[in-house]
Structure formats: structure tokens, C-alpha cells
Design a protein around this ligand. Structure first.
Ligand code: PGA
Length: 245
């Protein structure tokens, strides 16, 4: 039985005061799922301080594919690792869309995170046009394949996968549990082709307008191991309700 994992993606939201209130709220109550929050870089130290000693983990929303050097604005995995960052989102659709991240760059980022014991949360997902053209499995399969090709089986055993249909992110439109399960099963089958043991243990999260009122239904599906939560992760009560769904 895989433990449920619920990760909050704060995106470019927050302030010292708002984060403090949110984190106090989240860590005050128990959740059935393992919880983590992915905060903007300037607030990682705040997360580290306020979450120390709690069950809630924290992570970054991106990491550089490069080790170090003249890459203005980038943040290295070594820097995140230095102060105990647990997770890094890689290949979120907003990074792929607005920052031109390719499948190869996403795979390189995942490798970099693993080098410093940071769990990469590899995000894949199709656009509405791709879904309507019947290309969903081909698109997410291609995105995943780049990571399968770049990582060893041991490394693959240390990642988290997140299926986030682009058309469901921030739109209020959620994939139905059946639609999500179908893609999750296809993704797990691809990992199984590389290593069945790794596939059986891998957490595959669903993301895209997950809310307290739809989380339980989504999380009841056999290949959905939790969620990557945007909007609803900014309210402690909603995030906890999802963590208990
Ligand atoms: P949403 O975002 O929950 O606001 O749809 C999910 C995400 O982008 O990770």
C-alpha cells in the first residue's frame, strides 16, 4: 500500500506574514496523508524554520539543470540540498509553457535534484487541444520517457510523478476520477516496462483543480496516490481537508 502524499504548490503567492499563518495552520492539525509545501525560493528558509520538528516537508518549485556557474537567476540543487529541501517540482506546465522547458531539460533537472537527495516531482500533462486530438497518452508518455531514459532504476525509485492536465490547472475543471485513473495507469505501465518494483512503489499524484470536495473521489482510484495542489493549498483548512480526504 503506497502512502498518500499531498503537496502544495504555492506558485508565486505568499508573504512572510501570510506564510507564517498558513504554516501554523497546516502543522497544527494531523493529516492522514504525508504533506509537503513547495514555496517560492525566498521563503524556503522560512519554511525550514517554521516546519522544523513538524511532519510537514517542504520543497522548491523548480531547480536548475546546471550544477553551478554563470546562470543568472537560477538556483542550484546543491543550494537547496544544503539546507534540507525535501522536494523540487520539475517540469510544471507553467515552466514548460512560459520558460520553454523541454523534456530533456526536465529530465536533467530531475537528475540534478537526485544528486542532492531532493525528491524531484516530475510533472507531465496534456493541453486541451492534445486531449481533444486523442494524444493524451502519447504526450504524457513522451514527457515521461525522457525521464525514464535519463535515470537509472535506482534513481527512478526516488522520484514522484505528477499528472497535471494543463486544461485542469487553475481552471476549476478537474479531470474526472476515471479520466485521471486512465492516465495514471498508463503512466504506471510505462514505468513497469522499465522496472515493475519501482512502478509498484512510485507515488503518482494528480493535480489540476483538486479541492476538498473532489479529492476523496480522485484519491480513491487505485493508481492515484495523492495530489499536487495549487489554489487550495493556500488555505490551511482546504489543504488539510485534502490531506485527510
Ligand atoms: P490548481 O494548480 O490546483 O490551482 O489547479 C495545480 C498545479 O498547478 O500544481
Amino acid at each position: 500500500m503506497r502512502q498518500k502524499l499531498v503537496i502544495g504548490n504555492w506558485k508565486m503567492h505568499g508573504s512572510l506574514a501570510a506564510n507564517a499563518a498558513l504554516l501554523e495552520g497546516i502543522k497544527a492539525a494531523p493529516a492522514r496523508a504525508k504533506l509537503a509545501v513547495c514555496a517560492p525560493f525566498p521563503y524556503l528558509a522560512q519554511c525550514q524554520t517554521l516546519l522544523s520538528g513538524s511532519q510537514v516537508a517542504w520543497g522548491a518549485q523548480d531547480v536548475s539543470s546546471e550544477a553551478r556557474g554563470a546562470f543568472t537567476g537560477e538556483v542550484a540543487a546543491s543550494m537547496l540540498g544544503e539546507f534540507g529541501c525535501g522536494y523540487a517540482l520539475v517540469g510544471h506546465s507553467e515552466r514548460r509553457t512560459y520558460h520553454g522547458e523541454t523534456d530533456a531539460v526536465v529530465a536533467a533537472k530531475a537528475l540534478r535534484a537526485l544528486e542532492f537527495d531532493i525528491v524531484p516531482v516530475v510533472c507531465v500533462g496534456e493541453t486541451l487541444a492534445e486531449r481533444e486530438a486523442g494524444q493524451t497518452e502519447a504526450v504524457v508518455g513522451r514527457q515521461l520517457q525522457a525521464v525514464l531514459d535519463a535515470l537509472s532504476i535506482e534513481q527512478l525509485g526516488r522520484i514522484v510523478l505528477a499528472y497535471e492536465p494543463v486544461w485542469a490547472i487553475g481552471t476549476g475543471k478537474t479531470a474526472t476520477s476515471a479520466q485521471a485513473q486512465e492516465v495514471h495507469a498508463a503512466l504506471r505501465a510505462r514505468v513497469t516496462a522499465k522496472d515493475a518494483g519501482v512502478a509498484a512503489r512510485m507515488a503518482i499524484l494528480y493535480g489540476g483543480s483538486v479541492k476538498p470536495d473532489n479529492a476523496a473521489e480522485l484519491f480513491s482510484m487505485s493508481d492515484i496516490d495523492g495530489g499536487l495542489i495549487g489554489g487550495a493549498s493556500l488555505k490551511a483548512d482546504d489543504f488539510l481537508a485534502i490531506g485527510n480526504a
